[in-house]
Design a protein around this ligand. Structure first.
Ligand code: ATP
Ligand code: MG
Length: 396
């Protein structure tokens, strides 16, 4: 018989959702099943408030890697089912703790027991004592101490009717809400550091994020396109089933360059991006536009310019990074694995025909006057007609 393990998955804010709780739970379970669909022989159960997996031991590392990338999972623990024999449980604890003691001088630990089988002859504190004292006998000479409040290792024991499961330390998850529970949104994805982070943040609020990239290959080559494919794939890993829309933007940019006021160019590019994004969102029922803007980060992100850009659409425009500084955005980008791709040198289309003095406090009537000089509706529709649609799951 193959050796098996039990995985206990705890979820985050779903527990607070009152009557909607069932809906969120179903959504999370579906996402977990999808993420683990490539692995065989997993049995699922979801008694109130928790999700359990029964898995072959051999797939535990793969399972763990997948669970770390699922929004809505608060934490999970991998455990071993065994008889309620304190010596055996303590021996397992010692086996798990020993390697953690090797690189450090001291380690704080505690045992936490939960009994769903109330007829078990010992109380939870008594079980904690029985197991904890055995582990201490073995490892206190090596620097192990008991500390319930600040434990760095918690051995969790669940005593049930038919089995007792002993769990290794909790592994933190992404927290947030399960993807799909909030709805679909469209993120303006450039090849930069910021927009992938904002897409990730919305995925963690339960959104399925789709992406639109405005490309200018005749001027910039294929580098930006490849970069965005790779970023979309990285974000899609946290959610699956995202779509990437690549919109050719060179004609629109050429028209703005040739006919509009130079200082307004960047803001005008952005207004056109939002108009095109709105069309895509309306066609597919996406409920909001997302971008990577942060207040004051660059000239185009002053309060006046942010307002002048998003007022072209009645859709909600969300800027998850608005109050974050660059340092914390970079830290997040490194955590989610997009940073290395984002810093590959590659100009964005907004840097094409960059004005010498871009406007920092644009005035909407001036922008509108500029826009009257170009057939932007026609240019928008042409760009949409030539748009490439990519199912991100299908990218190899
Ligand atoms: P990022 O690092 O996300 O590129 P940034 O700090 O470089 O952001 P800007 O270049 O001013 O800022 O862009 C602001 C936002 O506009 C981006 O975060 C992105 O959401 C959107 N954006 C800019 N260029 C493009 C593009 N070519 N395609 C899609 N969206 C874009
Ligand atoms: Mg950029």
């Amino acid at each position: 018989m193959t050796e098996r393990k039990t995985v206990l998955i705890r979820y985050d804010e779903i527990g607070l959702k009152g009557r909607n709780r069932k809906y969120f739970e179903k959504c999370l379970l579906k996402n977990i099943k999808r993420a683990l669909s490539g692995l065989d022989d997993i049995h699922y159960s979801s008694p109130r408030g928790r999700i359990f997996l029964d898995i072959p031991s051999s797939i535990a590392p793969k399972c763990s890697a997948s669970l770390k990338a699922i929004p809505g999972v608060a934490s999970f623990s991998i455990g071993v089912s065994m008889s309620t024999d304190f010596d055996a449980i303590a021996a397992l604890g010692v086996q798990w703790i020993e390697p953690k003691l090797e690189p450090v001088e001291t380690l704080k630990f505690c045992v936490k027991t939960r009994r769903s089988e109330k007829s078990f002859p010992k109380t939870s504190p008594e079980v904690n004592f029985e197991v904890g004292s055995r582990i201490m006998t073995a490892l206190s000479p090596r620097g192990l101490t008991v500390n319930i409040k600040e434990a760095e290792f918690v051995l969790e024991i669940e005593i049930g009717r038919s089995e007792t499961v002993v769990f290794d330390n909790r592994v933190p998850g992404l927290c947030g809400l399960p993807v799909g529970s909030s709805g679909n949104v469209l993120c303006l994805l450039s090849g930069g550091i910021d927009s992938p982070v904002s897409a990730f943040m919305m995925a963690c609020r339960g959104c399925r994020v789709h992406f639109v990239f405005f490309d200018n290959q005749p001027f910039l080559g294929r580098g930006g396109y490849d970069k965005v494919l790779s970023l979309a794939k990285k974000i899609n890993h946290f959610q699956t089933r995202g779509t990437l829309y690549v919109v050719p933007f060179e004609e629109m940019q050429g028209a703005i360059r040739d006919h509009c006021t130079e200082e307004n160019r960047v803001v005008l590019y952005r207004r056109m991006m939002y108009r095109i994004a709105e069309e895509i969102a309306n066609r597919h029922g996406y409920l909001a536009l997302i971008n990577g803007e942060s207040l004051g980060q660059v000239a185009s992100q002053t309060l006046e310019n942010l307002a002048a850009v998003s007022c072209v659409t009645p859709l909600s425009v969300f800027r998850p990074l608005i109050g974050m500084n660059k340092e914390s955005i970079i830290t997040k980008a490194k955590e989610i694995g997009t940073y290395e791709v984002s810093i590959e040198p590659q100009p964005d289309c907004c840097s094409v025909f960059m004005p010498k003095n871009p406007v920092t406090r644009s005035k909407i009537p001036f922008l509108e006057r500029d826009e009257e000089k170009i057939p932007w509706e026609e240019l928008r529709d042409n760009a949409l007609a030539q748009m490439e649609v990519i199912k991100v799951d299908d990218l190899s």
